[in-house]
Design a protein around this ligand. Structure first.
Ligand code: ATP
Length: 299
């Protein structure tokens, strides 16, 4: 495994009686996209702001490039905050030019705009740009000095699906170029698409973390199929912990073992001399895992 770029151990942040972050441990390795997910108020922004050096931890250890966030090398870090602070009257190119004065090793303005697909909007004033274009400009500013580590706090919130896709393509390209990315997002399909590892937070704690396939494997999969006309779902091989929902001829079995249940369903059909159609076997999506966890921790 690559060396850790971010190391967080037993991190806590308290606001009076409120534990915004309540003892979390994780690391982010060089070159990976790591997604920090969670319900509203779970502590994601607090965590990221501690890592960025804006907030001090109450206790625990945090290292960014092996150092305390306050003394971590700024030139190696790019930040895309939830709220961008762009000036509406400046054009995209003027914004990047102004920013490059404060960025060591800044790439040329044209290259920065090209990288995020904004060459065509170089002369457009920020106030005339779409939400997606502004977000891309935020990312252009954050990556201007070719940082090794990029913090992306909800980079696509409020964007339409097409703009979200463009920003995701952009993040994927940056990651493919070797940038380490710590991402928070409420769009779980976005995390599933971009992240190699993920941690899900709830009320200040990490309730599950691992590689994307480990986390998806902890959720319940789905086996869906159609029964032939006249057949009833009686006797279908549904385990004790599985849940069968039959709507007309369409059956869905939610199960931790989708492959073996699918196999058993085919055996069940064969034994009865019937054919099931439209068989669809799949793992849980990240969204389903997230909803399962949210339900579990509240019951
Ligand atoms: P969201 O997804 O809604 O942005 P989040 O996971 O980023 O949520 P945080 O913003 O980190 O959550 O907040 C975690 C908790 O800490 C919340 O209960 C919030 O109200 C509380 N909190 C955050 N900042 C402060 C503060 N300055 N004073 C008191 N409580 C705070």
């Amino acid at each position: 495994m690559n060396e850790p770029v971010i190391e967080v151990s037993e991190l806590r942040k308290r606001y009076g009686p409120c534990a915004a972050v309540d003892g979390i441990t994780f690391d982010v390795r060089a070159g990976e996209v790591f997604a920090l997910l969670g319900t509203n108020g779970a502590g994601k922004t607090t965590t990221i702001e501690i890592l960025e050096g804006y907030l001090r931890a109450t206790s625990g250890t945090v290292r960014v490039f092996g150092q305390d966030p306050a003394s971590a090398p700024r030139s190696r870090i790019g930040l895309v905050l939830q709220e961008s602070g762009l000036f509406g009257d400046l054009s995209a190119a003027e914004t990047v030019t102004a920013w490059s004065r404060f960025t060591s090793g800044a790439m040329p303005v044209a290259e920065a705009l090209e990288l995020v697909g904004l060459s065509g909007q170089a002369g457009t004033r920020v106030k005339r740009m779409s939400g997606g274009e502004r977000r891309k400009l935020d990312i252009a500013l954050a990556t201007l000095g070719r940082p090794d580590l990029l913090f992306l706090d909800e980079p696509t919130t409020g964007l339409d699906p097409e703009a979200r896709r463009r920003v995701r393509d952009l993040v994927r390209g940056l990651a493919a170029g070797g940038m380490t990315v710590l991402l928070t997002t409420h769009y779980l399909e976005e995390a599933q698409e971009l992240a190699g590892r993920v941690a899900i937070m709830d009320r200040g704690r990490i309730v599950t973390q691992g590689t994307m396939s480990e986390v998806l494997g902890r959720g319940s999969g789905r086996v869906a199929f159609e029964l032939p006309a006249g057949a009833t779902p009686e006797g279908l091989p549904v385990g004790e912990r599985d849940v069968l929902t039959a709507t007309g001829r369409r059956c869905v079995i939610v199960t931790a073992e989708p492959e073996s249940v699918a196999h058993a369903v085919l055996g069940w059909a064969q034994a009865r001399g019937v054919r099931v159609t439209g068989l669809d076997v799949r793992q849980a999506t990240l969204e389903e895992v997230f909803l399962d966890i949210a339900q579990e921790v509240r019951t």
